[in-house]
Design a protein around this ligand. Structure first.
Ligand code: GLN
Ligand code: ZN
Length: 756
């Protein structure tokens, strides 16, 4: 085999029934030993390799399995785990897990989102003293393991430049240190790996460089040049494929085309205009190009006509063109065939990982002008494109009829005065972000109701009892604005998706989010509308229990889209407006039900930010306008809150301001209130609740600690606009921590209030 031919850039690994998740969690709980855990992994790999080979791919990837994360695997492979883990005296596997999850005296490495996906990787911590050397054998072991069952594979690795660009300076590194400075030393390790793979008989190796889908400096592009000249210069090496994905490669394309590597994989789905850039690149003439025309990140069946025309555009440019996925299939579920609960017509429009492999094989043959039958794929594409019932003319007409003034609230000062008159809150009002601990009883009741063993009346009674308990607790703690606690919600997106028209849920559509954690994103397939109120009865009930204001709790349009599989047949901004309209109806109904404070959560605002700065403005325009559409058209006296977490906010401060929410609560405890200083400096002029209690940790913060954080906040933003709240919802915590923590939070609010 000289060419790669048809392939996929990666495959799901958690197991069709989340076998790896279960094994990992049993292993961590001490219920199974290492041998059994390793056995689960081996069985999953065997199954995946056989499946991919039998499906007819020309090249099958390996080393795409991981016990936790592929970036952490790379850190371990090159001997760069931080010393706080390697000195614990644990087995190699437990050292690896300690780095991922932390142990008593060694806090976990940081975890963050993998580009603009909902997958999280473990951030390498590197300093000037870090030395890399090939200490692991994972890619070699997996290659041998596959060969032993008769499957020749192509080991896949995170590329050296992306690896360093994803790393952060270790805590001990001097100011200004950049991990990229370590490139030459890291390349020594990669060269050694290439040699070993070559000795083993490996024909092709894949290096992933998705970092070049984002804007990159001259220095970073130079690093890419250096890296691939150095690696390709090796004579004893497999052929090298470099994969760029999650967008076009920008200037990285020219760099890679001119370096002496053998093949390039390009993503022709995320950025349609990239096809032309690739077709116009003369230096590709001696390279194999893998045309990523099958979407690795979304669940729609590929339209063969469009896919083939894109791939065919490159035929004259490259030495050869083969078909591949746009990125690893890690981001989609395994197999749509199992989804018996889906409407058959919708099912016919979908392709999960297993189906996408077949698509790649089929399109690859078609590209070579082999006789293949594309009629079913063509029919599905036509059926979806012409499905009249996807369109809801009522929703479209309502959006059409909206005038600009319908999505603008009156000036903040006027609203603030009306809200103060209505709510009569003390300075530094205290509140929480929405969810209270989800106790076993709550989960059991939800599960029993879903399974049908608890009837509607029993379920309602159980939820109401829980809401009352949570309301009384908050009164007792002395919080100023209460919440109902969200006991009825499994998940902040799924709950709404289940109640909105245009969404479908899967039974087995699990996707790895991080480590053993999986999510099951809903599928947004048609125009969205709200058949009936979704949260109003619970909110009304909670408000009826108390004289204090109870906050209504909704998820915002951007976050609903970010955590769903969205339709790809219309711009995201248009879909967002439909979701926003449904939320707007809910906001309106909450107000009618006597709810005076309504929070619309947008924790994913930063996550959907496009990788390239040139696309930011357009993104902010639709993200902000959908939020405003959802939260306007109400009385001045109704107070809108929003909430954000999980990210660095630097780049989105202006957008947060533009949302025009009356109060924004935001994760801040870990960064010691940095974000309030940023907001203050940016002239943010509305209410802000910087989180003063880090809910990601079981630690209970003391009154003095919280007071200190509050004093910092009051120093950066005028006190009359500061709110006091935790970093995020409390649902993953236990009452044993939450109660004292909230008690301290309220006490700190009183202390600092008395100093004003
Ligand atoms: N209201 C949600 C909760 O409290 C917010 C969750 C989130 O921001 N991720 O659980
Ligand atoms: Zn949050």
């Amino acid at each position: 085999m000289t060419e790669i031919g048809t392939t996929v850039l990666g495959y799901p690994r958690i197991g069709p029934d989340r076998e790896l998740k279960r094994s990992l969690e049993r292993y961590w709980a001490g219920r199974i030993g290492e041998a059994e855990l390793l056995g689960t992994g081996r069985a999953l790999r065997t199954r995946a390799w056989r499946e991919l080979k039998d499906a007819g791919l020309d090249s099958v990837p390996s080393n795409t399995f991981s016990h936790y994360d592929q970036v952490l695997d790379t850190t371990e492979l090159f001997g760069a785990l931080p010393e706080r883990f390697t000195t614990l005296g644990l087995s190699p596997l437990d050292t690896y897990f300690a780095a991922a999850r932390g142990v008593q005296d060694a806090p976990a490495m940081e975890m963050t989102k993998w580009f603009d996906t909902n997958y999280h990787y473990i951030v390498p911590e590197l300093g000037p003293e870090t030395t890399f050397s090939l200490t692991g054998t994972k890619p070699l072991d997996e290659y041998r393991e596959a060969r032993a069952i008769g499957v020749e594979t192509r080991p896949v690795l995170v590329g050296p430049v992306t690896f360093l660009l994803l790393a952060k300076p270790a805590g001990t590194a001097p100011e200004g240190f950049r991990p990229l400075e370590l490139l030459d030393n890291l390349l020594d390790g990669y060269v050694e790996l290439l040699r070993r793979l070559h000795d083993e008989g490996v024909e092709w190796v894949q290096f992933d460089e998705p970092a070049f889908a984002a804007d990159r400096s001259e220095r970073e592009l130079n690093a890419l040049i250096r890296a691939y000249h150095r690696l390709a210069k090796e004579t004893a090496r497999p052929k090298i494929l470099v994969a760029g994905y999650f967008g076009g490669l920008g200037r990285g394309l020219g760099v890679l085309a001119r370096s002496p590597i053998d093949a390039i994989a390009v993503d022709l789905v995320s950025d349609e205009s990239f096809v032309d850039a690739v077709a116009a690149e003369p230096a590709l003439r001696d390279k194999e190009v893998l045309a990523g025309v099958v979407d690795g990140r979304n669940v729609w069946r590929t339209d063969p006509t469009r896919a083939l025309s894109r791939a065919a555009t490159l035929l004259g440019t490259a030495k050869s063109v083969s078909v591949s996925t746009s990125c690893s299939l890690l981001h989609v579920p395994y197999d749509v065939e199992r989804e018996d609960g889906l409407h058959p017509r919708l099912k016919g429009w979908l392709a999960f990982a297993r189906q996408k492999v077949d698509e790649v094989v089929l399109l690859g043959r078609a590209l070579k002008e082999e006789e293949v039958d594309l009629s079913a794929a063509r029919a599905a594409a036509t059926d979806r494109a012409t499905a009249a019932d996807l369109a809801d003319s009522g929703v479209r007409a309502r959006l059409e009829a909206l005038r600009p003034e319908d999505t603008v609230r009156s000036p903040y000062a006027r609203r603030a005065a009306a809200q103060q008159a209505a709510l009569n809150l003390p300075p530094l009002p205290s509140t929480t972000i929405g969810s209270f601990p989800q106790t076993t009883d709550v989960r059991k009741a939800r599960a029993a109701h879903k399974a049908g063993s608890l009837d509607d009346a029993g379920y309602e009674a159980a939820m109401k009892a829980e809401i009352e308990r949570v309301v009384r607790l908050q009164e007792n703690l002395g919080l100023d604005v209460l919440v109902h606690g969200e006991p009825e919600r499994n998940d902040m997106v799924q709950y709404f998706a289940e109640r909105l028209a245009g969404f479908a849920a899967t039974d087995f559509g699990w996707v790895q989010s991080y480590g053993s954690r999986c999510v099951r994103p809903p599928i947004l397939y048609g125009d969205v509308s709200r058949p009936e109120p979704m949260t109003v009865e619970w909110a009304r009930y909670a408000q009826g229990l108390t004289g204090k204001p109870v906050k209504g709790m909704l998820t915002g349009p951007v976050t609903i889209l970010a955590w769903s599989f969205v339709r790809d047949d219309q711009p995201l901004g248009e879909t967002a407006r439909q979701v926003a309209l449904a939320i707007r109806d809910e906001v309106h109904d909450l107000q009618e039900a006597g709810i005076r404070v309504i929070q619309v959560d947008e924790p994913a605002l930063r996550e959907l930010l496009p990788l390239r700065a040139a696309a930011h403005e357009a993104y902010f325009a639709w993200a902000v306008s959908s939020f405003r559409l959802a939260t306007s058209g109400i009385d001045d006296a109704t107070q809108i809150h929003t909430h954000m977490c999980y990210s660095e906010f630097g780049e989105v401060v202006k957008a947060i301001d533009a949302l025009d929410a009356d109060v924004t609560s935001i994760e801040a405890a870990r960064s010691k209130m940095e974000v309030v200083t940023d907001l203050g400096a940016a002239g943010f002029g509305r209410g802000v609740g910087p989180g003063v209690y880090d809910i990601h940790s079981p630690r209970v913060p003391g009154v003095e600690e919280v007071s200190g954080l509050l004093r910092t906040a009051v120093g950066a933003v005028p006190a009359e606009r500061i709110w006091v709240n935790p970093d995020c919802g409390l649902k993953t915590r236990g009452y044993a921590e939450v109660e004292p923590a909230l008690r301290n939070l309220v006490a700190a609010a009183h202390t600092v209030r008395s100093e004003l």
